[in-house]
Design a binder for this molecule. Structure first.
Ligand SMILES: [Zn+2]
Length: 485
């Protein structure tokens, strides 16, 4: 087995998942499979046959075939996280599997009874589950899987054998019958693999199309826009031929499918040949931020676009008012966005006004410092934590796009006030954020080097792995944790 593993580690495994490059999942997945310990006498055929990981084309080849042959002799063993899969594949005619979906207002008890399980049985299973998970945390849409005895499948004689659910991507919960007739619950950490993923693309017509072609998940695109929203006016500055690169952390299932995206580690935009590189870093202050290669924070005192994915629909200056019908000064800028789109505080500050305000409709004004204030109008709703007198952080949600007050459709009316007077938000020169110094700057440089290595590894994903947890330990500039890698 060991020699096989050595060979496996030496081999080049092509792993391209869609247009996004990732490092091979194979090696770590093998490590996970080799560490199997649980014994499942019920599985009668090689359990790995039911794991899509072994079925996928990119692992087919002499090595994979060898591994199958080798692992075939271990067919009685199964990894804890895979037990459920194996069991389902093995479901004998005597049992049936059912999947329930939590609806609003459902209780687990109610759902189980409705599924034909006797009240006492349901109660015992829920009591066991409660030791690892509170059933009150169930959310609408969540899936609960049951294994039942098949006798009288439609009638009241169902006997619950097992219940499983996945409260989050990292964990499986399983309640199964014990020999004594009761139930026991276990919480199984799912063997997910954290990898750094690199994606890049060139803009043909717009950023979201380019992002889709590059296989960039939506949360990563949104985060990238936020990172650059201080420096880039996405409406006016983005041209065909401009390009982007992003490196982000993501958790993958054993079959190579994406379980969850996590932090963006690095983002780069090239606009008309001008390249902007931004590295994620947490300085001693503990506030996550993005910095240019010299350690200058991207954060400005104010964001240019305090709402995601919005289209600038009306500029600052004289215009014919759409409702009043005559020309007047437009004291801010308008961003068209769907009703309910979150609006962010453009900078740190204190809420000076929050509530209805005539033609502005539902309105919030933030005082940032002695010079600047920002104001937000026509909201559908003001966030609960955006009350008068409250402190807000830059990027905190203060309300949601709407069309209250004198407005023709859902949009954010955004004003920047300097010394109490409205100025053009697109024209003001904003003081920049923190510049890293001393120990912070040293740590940042070390982090930047780690990220650059990861970028390179992820980009060459055909041959090398980019295990994010190996190269990027939690501490900003600590040493890689050799034990786990
Ligand atoms: Zn307006």
């Amino acid at each position: 087995m060991l020699s096989l593993l050595t060979r496996a580690l030496g081999v080049q495994w092509p792993t391209r998942i869609g247009p996004t490059r990732i490092g091979p999942i194979g090696i770590a997945a093998i490590a996970a499979l080799l560490s199997i310990s649980a014994y499942d006498a019920e599985a009668k055929s090689p359990w790995f046959k039911s794991i899509p990981w072994f079925e996928s084309n990119w692992h087919r080849g002499p090595i994979a075939a060898d591994l199958e042959a080798e692992l075939g002799t271990l067919h009685y063993a199964t990894a804890p996280g895979i037990a459920a899969v194996a069991l389902e594949a093995e479901a004998r005619p005597a049992t049936v599997s059912r999947s329930l979906r939590v609806e609003r207002g459902d209780t687990l008890m109610g759902m189980l009874v409705k599924a034909g399980i006797k009240r006492q049985e349901a109660h015992d299973a829920i009591t066991a589950l409660s030791k690892v998970y509170s059933p009150r945390k169930l959310k609408p849409g969540q899936e609960i899987r049951l294994r039942l005895t098949a006798s009288g499948a439609a009638g009241p004689d169902h006997r619950l054998l097992a219940l499983s659910l996945q409260p989050n991507v990292e964990r499986d919960l399983r309640v199964s019958r014990t020999g004594a007739g009761g139930f026991a619950a276990e919480s199984i950490e799912r063997p997910l693999l954290r990898l750094a993923v690199s994606a890049d693309g060139t803009i043909e017509n717009n950023l979201s199309n380019a992002a889709r072609r590059a296989g960039l998940p939506m949360p990563v695109l949104v985060e990238m826009i936020r990172i650059f929203s201080f420096d880039v006016d996405f409406q006016r500055e983005l041209q065909p031929g401009d390009s982007f690169e992003v490196l982000y952390e993501a958790l993958f299932e054993e079959d190579g499918s994406l379980a969850k995206t996590e932090n963006v580690l690095y983002a780069s935009l090239t606009l008309s040949g001008r390249r902007l590189d931004m590295y994620g870093f947490t300085p001693k202050s503990g506030v996550d931020d993005f910095f240019d290669p010299e350690g200058q924070s991207v954060r400005k005192t104010l964001m240019r676009t305090p709402v995601d994915g919005a289209r600038l629909s009306s500029r600052f200056g004289m215009r014919r008012h759409p409702i009043l019908g005559y020309s007047r000064m437009h004291q801010g800028i308008d961003f068209a966005a769907p009703r309910g789109t979150p609006i962010y505080a453009a900078g740190d500050g204190v809420i000076e006004s929050a509530g209805r305000n005539g033609a502005y409709g539902k309105y919030v004004r933030i005082r940032h410092n002695a010079t600047y204030k920002t104001a937000y109008g026509h909201m559908s709703r003001i966030a609960k934590r955006a009350r008068r007198g409250q402190r807000v952080r830059q990027g905190q949600v203060i309300g949601y796009v709407g069309s209250t007050g004198r407005s023709t459709g859902p949009h954010l009316h955004y004003e920047v006030l300097r010394q109490g007077r409205q100025v053009n938000p697109l024209k003001i020169k904003l003081p920049s954020g923190e510049k890293l110094k001393g120990k912070n700057l040293e740590s940042f440089h070390a982090r930047r080097e780690q990220i650059d290595i990861l970028r390179e590894l992820a980009r060459q994903g055909d041959t090398l792995m980019a295990r994010a947890d190996c190269l990027l330990p939690a501490a900003a500039a600590g040493t890689p944790d050799g034990g786990a890698c």
